[in-house]
Design a protein around this ligand. Structure first.
Ligand code: GDP
Length: 450
């Protein structure tokens, strides 16, 4: 494969930047740019101090690390220039490498090569991108499990078991005259049910995993001045919404991803929902009501230092059907709110002081409980994205159909076809039998340099 090069560190000034070159001849390309030690004489997993040159022009001090095929990320000869992390100097070194025989790498091309060279299966390649985009330890744990091959191992074992069944069926039907034992439909059905269970377990925590990966669409509602913006700011750690003492100042929806412990909330801070004559405020309220329809979690905020008002009751009426956590804010002040209405409506309540950032742990527990986000979600092998999920679902459909066909006493030939379909779906999942279009689609989501 050709020699490709890209800057693997972010497109921003930093202490150090890394420019990666990979492919057959990568070390020769590096040798044309690096001076200090001859990279062609360097062994794999070694580095040398020197300088990058464009012809006779010295560009920067560098550490060059050499990896020899197949012992590199891509499985190919690879050289990495670690230089000063200035944007200009980094781009100059890349340009010089391109002028000396390398081609610019496409997004995800290093990882794609790792996949094509058998260093990773497709689920592990996808995990690399998940690791890069992980925002919290839960997401990272899920991605690490995937990277270590948790999903691959389970799928691969199902695939091998299917393959064995297919082999038995083929031998029996292809050589009817030989003394090959008849495949007992009952035994076959028993084995298929066990495979079905395994495949189902890969989907069990899919929804929770998705929530952990993508964040929970969340809306904060409450009448003006209860402290919604302050809560929002104390979660996001910066002043984004307008916080004032004048009721009704938060008019537009401000959206931001914030972390509540390990959980990402895709949080919308909205205008308070209450009855109003004010036209502009009314628009904000309608936007808030719309956001409510799309939210999976509603954090309804009340001011614990005042008795509930007509606006609070109006809001509670609107919220009946939603997944609500009632947050009683301003717990640092004298409490004058009667909570019995929340008990009557069976609404989970949490007391916090947004001003002092206290009570946020209890809020996290409430969210974890509501969405069953427990240790199991990120410790068990689970499909990590729609592509993987769809492959498992279609394998499951075929296996279930095969079980039903056996129950109806149908011919084993038909069962054979269904098992073959299931097998194809699993091979597509791991990437062992996959179209170029699927591979291109997977890697198109990667960043340049990975
Ligand atoms: P919003 O209209 O619901 O967004 O309310 P704001 O976040 O703008 O807060 C209204 C007022 O309540 C501001 O003066 C905040 O400083 C104050 N506030 C918010 N949270 C607390 C809290 O936990 N304790 C106290 N004592 N005041 C708070």
């Amino acid at each position: 494969m050709s020699v490709i090069a890209a800057i693997s560190t972010p497109n921003a000034p930093g202490g150090i930047a890394v420019i990666r070159v990979s492919g057959e001849g990568a070390i020769d390309v590096a040798a044309r740019v690096f001076r200090g030690k001859d990279p062609r004489k360097m062994e794999g997993y070694t580095c040398a101090y020197g300088c990058a040159y464009d012809g006779d022009e010295r560009l920067d001090d560098c550490i060059l690390t050499v990896f020899r095929a197949p012992h590199s990320y891509t499985g190919e000869d690879t050289a990495e220039f670690s230089c000063h992390g200035g944007l200009y100097v980094t781009k100059r070194i890349l340009r010089t490498l391109l002028n000396n025989g390398a081609e610019i790498a496409q997004p995800g091309e290093f990882t794609k090569r790792a996949f094509l060279n058998g260093k990773l299966d497709l689920t592990q390649a996808e995990a690399v991108m998940d690791i890069i985009s992980a925002r919290g330890s839960a997401e990272l744990k899920i991605a690490e499990g995937l990277r270590e091959g948790a999903v691959f191992r389970k799928v691969n074992s199902c695939s091998k078991r299917l393959m064995k069944l297919l082999g038995d069926l083929a031998a029996w039907s292809d050589y009817p005259d030989e003394d090959i034992p008849y495949v007992e439909p009952e035994e076959l059905s028993h084995e298929l049910k066990s495979i079905r269970e395994e495949l189902n377990s890969l989907l069990k925590n899919y929804d929770s995993g998705k929530l952990l990966r993508e964040g929970i669409p969340t809306v904060i509602v409450g009448k003006p001045n209860v402290g919604k913006s302050t809560i929002f700011n104390s979660l996001s750690g910066c002043e984004r919404s307008i916080v004032t003492d004048i009721a009704g100042t938060t008019r537009d929806i401000v959206e931001e991803s914030v972390m509540l412990g390990d959980i990402t909330l895709r949080l919308s801070d909205t205008a308070g929902i209450h009855e109003t004559e004010d036209i502009i405020e009314g628009i904000g309220i309608r936007i808030a009501e719309k956001a409510l329809e799309n939210a999976l979690l509603v954090i309804a905020v009340f001011d614990g230092s005042c008795p509930l008002t007509a606006d609070d009751f109006y809001l509670l009426d609107k919220l009946n059907a939603h997944r609500i956590i009632a947050v009683i804010n301003k717990s640092d002040l004298e409490q004058r709110l009667d909570e019995s209405i929340f008990q009557e409506k069976n609404i989970h309540t949490v007391f916090i002081s947004a001003k002092n950032s206290s009570g946020l742990t209890e809020l996290r527990y409430a969210v974890e409980e509501m969405f069953s986000l427990n240790e199991e979600c990120f410790s068990t092998a689970t499909a990590a994205n729609e592509r993987q999920k769809n492959c498992i679902v279609s394998a499951l459909d075929s296996v279930t159909e095969a079980i039903n066909a056996l129950d109806r006493g149908e011919m084993l030939d038909g069962v054979n076809v269904l098992l073959d379909e299931a097998e194809q779906s699993l091979l597509e999942l791991t990437g062992e039998r996959v179209t170029n279009a699927v591979v291109d689609e997977v890697f198109s989501r990667f960043c340049v340099g990975k």
